[in-house]
Design a protein around this ligand. Structure first.
Ligand code: ATP
Length: 455
């Protein structure tokens, strides 16, 4: 490619202009000392000292008196400033880029161009977000290829690369495990109106915010190795929409091949909407699809293209645990079940027939209908390829290292989901529903009361 006229020189920009440019990019560095100097000259040293001391004391009092608001508002700003100017500051940043070969060289002048840190944000103590402008000639994939090397060089657990806009990326730096605690099971809302089916609470994301998933508008597939905590997701959803289930506005269907974790739900579903053998699962799915088609006809007759959840049009929620055991490992009815699933998955959205499925091995050989699930969650997996299979191409390279989640009870329920708008993997943890929480749910279904039995 022909070089631009201005690129043909072998000289680089003078240091004084580089310094002026730097100062223009970081006005605070000049403005802060200038403000201090102006205050001292205007009001004198003592009053300026009193103001500075008052500010420091006020901040300390805030820190001590109201940790909640301090940690929410002041701490992220202070933390980001400290990390920006002590950890990702010019020379250290350039050394990091050097050690990972993340720079470009001007062909004529030989000048080294480094990607530039534009902004550092640190919403939580464990995560830094570094907005970076790429050096000319770099592409985000260069950073993806070096993410692991950067993580080791910085001594952090994980670095994910988020594509933001042309020429820019955000590095998501996970310094340590954000989930060092078990998230308690969601409170069951007391009234039907308190449930928002477009965002039911299932846990927390790595920023400490609520992690909510929609129930209406999409089927969901959760993949995770045995013991990764898949059940906790299912139970969190059930608890979060408990009043609707009790009121009959959400009709529960359950396929439970293990006949273990969800066996108590039989008391709600009755035998017609609960299955634990391939034959029963096939019959259940046939009824589910028939119900869906009947609802389609009713909507056609009423001239409706979509419906709100109501007594006339309840939401049908099919919880399908251990999908693989019904569609792959057990040849009996496997084809029939897959066929029925495909019909329900491709047409159930508009009628409010939603499938929430759980699987250990997410390959297409096992779950042929995988791509018909618009929402997918990946808990701990046994293979590096699973994250891409579940979440989409390149998601592991962008940080969804689900295979590196330790296989320990302390990390159960941790996984990744993809933030839809930014297509960035987000580390999440499901709330944990204990046996007592399950019993409380069943009590609520029977009595309408949330009486917790304390053992
Ligand atoms: N969200 C969570 N937070 C903390 N611990 C959890 C969480 N979910 C599960 N656990 C712990 O991990 C154990 C295994 O969880 P669970 O049975 O849900 O895994 P699973 O993925 O359903 O496994 P399997 O496929 O073998 O049934 C639980 O007994 C519990 O101790």
């Amino acid at each position: 490619m022909a070089s631009k006229k201005t690129d043909r020189t072998t000289r680089t920009m003078g240091r004084e202009f580089k310094a002026a440019l730097w100062a223009a990019r970081h006005p605070g560095f000049l403005a802060a000392p200038a403000t201090v100097a102006a205050s001292i000259s205007e009001f004198g040293l003592t009053p300026a000292g009193y103001v500075a001391g008052g500010l420091a004391l006020g901040s300390l009092a805030w820190y001590r008196a109201h940790p909640g608001s301090f940690d929410a508002y002041a701490a992220p700003i202070l933390r980001a400033a400290r990390r920006r100017w002590f950890e990702y500051v010019g020379p250290r940043w350039e050394r990091l880029m050097d050690s990972c070969a993340l720079y470009t060289e001007h062909r004529r002048t030989g000048a080294t161009h480094y990607p530039r840190v534009l902004r550092v944000r640190a919403y939580s103590p464990s995560i830094d977000l570094i907005a970076v402008r790429l050096a000319r000639g770099q592409i985000p994939e260069d950073f993806e290829a070096k993410a692991s090397a950067m993580a080791h060089a910085l001594g952090v657990q994980r670095i994910a690369v988020q594509h933001t806009r042309p020429g820019r990326i955000t590095l998501i730096v996970q310094r340590n495990e954000p989930f060092t605690y078990v998230i308690p099971a969601p409170e069951m809302p007391s009234r039907v109106e308190d449930v928002d089916l477009s965002a039911v609470y299932v846990g927390e994301n790595e920023y400490g915010d609520d992690w909510c998933e929609p129930i209406i508008g999409g089927h969901c597939l959760t993949a995770g190795a045995t013991g990764s905590g898949k059940n906790s997701l299912a139970w969190a959803k059930l608890r979060s929409m408990a009043p609707l289930i009790r009121a009959g506005l959400v009709k529960l269907w359950v396929c439970d091949p293990k006949y273990l974790e969800f066996v108590t739900l039989q008391q709600i579903t009755g035998p017609g909407r609960y299955a634990n053998t391939p034959e029963a699962a096939f019959e259940l799915l046939s009824r589910f699809v028939a119900d869906m088609e009947e609802q389609q006809r009713r909507m056609q007759r009423a001239g409706l293209r979509s419906v709100k959840v109501s007594e006339e049009f309840p939401l049908n929620f099919l919880l399908f645990d251990e999908l693989g055991s019904m569609v792959a490992y057990n040849p009996e009815y496997a084809r029939e079940i897959t066929g029925m699933l495909a019909r329900a998955l491709s047409m159930g959205r508009t009628t409010g027939h939603v499938i929430d499925a759980y699987v250990q091995e997410p390959s297409k050989d096992v779950v042929e209908v995988r791509d018909l699930f618009p929402r997918r969650i990946c808990l701990r997996t046994t293979s590096p390829s699973h994250a891409d299979m579940v979440l989409g191409a390149d998601m592991r390279a962008r940080g969804a290292i689900a295979d590196e989640i330790p296989d320990l009870p302390e990390t159960a329920g941790i996984g990744y989901r993809v933030e839809k708008r930014s297509r960035t993997p987000e580390r999440v943890r499901a709330a944990y529903t204990s046996d007592a929480d399950c019993a409380e749910f069943m009590d609520y279904m029977r009595t309408g009361q949330t009486l917790r039995i304390v053992a």
